[in-house]
Each structure stands twice: as C-alpha cells, then as structure tokens.
Ligand binder design. Structure first.
Ligand code: DOR
Ligand code: ZN
Length: 356
C-alpha cells in the first residue's frame, strides 16, 4: 500500500490569480487544493481601494462558478483580498478597507522590486500614517522584502531590505502584524525567528526544492526564475529546516505567479513560477525529502490561519506517495486573441507525491 497523508484542507496565503481570462485557469487550479487564498493585488491597474478589491473578488467568484469544479470545492473556495500600497494610499483608504470586512491585508511592494510593482511605494518613510492605521485596525502588512537600488546585487537584495528597512519599520511599529513574504535566505529565516510572534513568513515550493544552480547550471532555465531569485543551496537547506520545524511563524504561500510560456521563454523573461496546480505534491516532496512529512499539515493548514486569527478548515485532502507527472503546460487566456499556455514549475518532471 502506498503511503498516504490526509491534511486539513490547506490555504494559500500568497497567490497571483491575475484577472480576466487568466482566472479560468488560475482559479480552477487554486480551488482544487486550497480553501482560502490571499489574492495579490498587483493587477494592471493595481487593486488600490476596498471597492477595487470587492469588484476583483466578484470576478474571481464568477470564474469559480463558471469552472467545472465539484460543487463542494466551489462552496469551500474563499478568496481573501489585499490592497496594493502606493505613494498615494491614505489612512482613510486603510480605514475603509478595514470597515469593508473583505480586505484581509495590505501589500507593500517597493517600487520596481518585481512584476507590476511600478506603482509601489517609493519612500517607506512616507508611510507612517499608513502603518499607524494598519496597527490601529490590526490589518497585517504583507511585504515583498527586497531593496531596489540598482547597485545592490540581486542576491543581496532581501538581506539588505531586512537590515536597512524592515528592522526600522518593526522598531517604530512594534504592534504591526507583518508577513515577510516568500523568504529566500537563512538571513530572512533568522530575522523572522528573532522577532515577536507578530512577524511571520511565507515560503514557496520553489525556494524549498530548488536553488540557483537549478536556474543557471547547464543553461538558463526561465521557469525557475522568480523574485526574490533562488539563492545558494545553503539557504535552501535553512528554509527547509524552518519550514519543517513545526514553528508556526512559517507557513504556506506559493507565490504561484502565471506568465504566458512565451513571456518566460524570452530574451527578457518575466519573473514568476506557476505552481498552484501541483503545489501540495511539491511541498510534500520537500518535507518528505528531509523525513518531515509529519510536519506538513501545520505548515499547509494550521499556522497561516492561526496567524490571521481564523479557524482552521474542516474538510480534508489526501496525498499519496505515487508518481505524478507534472504537465508540460496548461491552456492560458483561452477564448481571447492572446490564447496561449502557462508552463508550471517542474513541468515534465515526475514528483514522488500525488493527489489521492
Ligand atoms: O516572481 C515573482 N512574480 N515575484 C513577485 O513578487 C511577483 C510575481 C508576479 O506577479 O509575477
Ligand atoms: Zn507574489
């Protein structure tokens, strides 16, 4: 008998569903595995106000209803919305977001740090009113933690952000709930461990399973390119250590971020790994690789909910230790002039864990 593991239904605390025709692909994949998903706001234009967030959620729910998912998955899927902080966000915008009851968190992109971050914050010192409002309303701040100065080496950008920016935010706003999103270094893991329990981190499947050799040795592999970029193996090992340690500060956030295959296999390839459809087998593979499959459920299904003050889900999902061939691509933007494909992380690889 193949080994199985039954998990309380997981949540994905960091996902890019995109918009429009992309939702047919992304929502169907996300809702197969996850109940709550924290929807990143870096659309074009971004999700800047509570009413933008409410309208975006309606588009997601319409795509869900139009999908051929089982009724039980349709009923369980629960997108949680975020606002995109810009230089023009006001404390009133934050108050309105808190009052809406539909905005779960606020996302900080340093301007220029990543995909669709051009409208992000240019000077964090100007965000005092915003951070005070977030503290007041107990709305978590989700951070893409990288400095953006052109002279800073891309492999050092996360560490420099922690030292130069985030430690100051935390010192000035000790009550602020913060998620350091998609951490990639031992420095970030240590940083989060040193903070109060108001500071947590998400970890992606790619940062647990891969390092920069996978991206760069034997040719450039664009489907491993994401931001923050994959780091050295020693960092990957520390991330695996903390993710599998049972420490509730570290929980699941896939950062699943679709780009059309041609936009990644390109002279200027986009940043982002699409993992939503196979995220649970990927995480199971990572945890099992260090003999810690017993720690998977806390990471996938308990610690995130606990951080956000939400109950854990009631339904379950079962994974089985049987080979899963990851598809080479999925259809993407179907029914539009741009109709194309999206290539998942680990495309064409066989994973040891599968859905039961
Ligand atoms: O690799 C990434 N892709 N990192 C991000 O922070 C954004 C994301 C995207 O939206 O494509
Ligand atoms: Zn992201």
């Amino acid at each position: 008998m193949a080994q199985t593991i039954t998990l309380l239904q997981p949540d994905d605390w960091h996902i890019h569903l995109r918009d429009g025709a992309a939702l047919a692909t992304t929502v169907a994949h996300a809702a197969q595995s996850f109940n709550r998903v924290m929807c990143m706001p870096n659309l074009v234009p971004p999700v800047k106000t509570a009413s933008d967030a409410i309208a975006y959620r309606e588009r997601i729910m319409a795509a869900l209803q139009a999908s051929d998912l089982p009724q039980a998955r349709k009923e369980a899927f629960d997108p949680r919305m975020t606002l995109y902080l810009t230089d023009h966000t006001t404390a009133d915008d934050i108050a309105a977001a808190a009052r809406s009851g539909l905005v779960q968190a606020v996302k900080l992109y340093p301007a220029g740090a990543t995909t669709n971050s051009a409208d992000g914050v240019t000077d964090i010192n100007q965000c005092v009113d915003i951070f005070e409002a977030l503290e007041k309303y107990n709305l978590p701040l989700l951070i893409h933690g990288e400095v953006t100065a052109s002279h800073v080496d891309i492999f050092d950008r996360e560490k420099r952000f922690l030292e130069e920016v985030l430690s100051q935010i935390i010192a000035k706003f000790p009550e602020l709930k913060i998620v350091v999103e998609h951490i990639t270094t031992s420095d970030a893991a240590d940083f989060v461990l040193e903070q109060s329990n108001r500071v947590a981190a998400t970890i992606t499947p790619q940062h647990l399973l891969y390092n920069r050799n996978h991206l760069l040795v034997g040719g450039i592999k664009p489907h491993f390119y994401c931001l923050p970029i994959l780091k050295r193996e020693q960092h990957q090992k520390v991330l695996l250590d903390v993710a599998t340690s049972g420490n509730p500060k570290f929980f699941l956030g896939t950062d699943s971020a679709p780009h059309a295959t041609h936009a990644k296999e390109n002279a200027c390839g986009c940043a982002g790994c699409y993992s939503s459809s196979i995220a649970l087998p990927l995480y199971a593979t990572a945890f099992d690789s260090v003999g810690k499959i017993d720690k998977l459920e806390g990471f996938t299904s308990r610690f995130g909910a606990q951080f956000y003050g939400l109950p854990v889900n009631e339904s379950t999902i079962t994974l089985v230790k049987q080979p899963l061939l990851v598809p080479s691509h999925y259809s993407y933007l179907a029914g539009t002039a741009e109709q194309t494909t999206v290539t998942p992380l680990a495309a064409g690889e066989t994973l040891p864990w599968s859905f039961a």
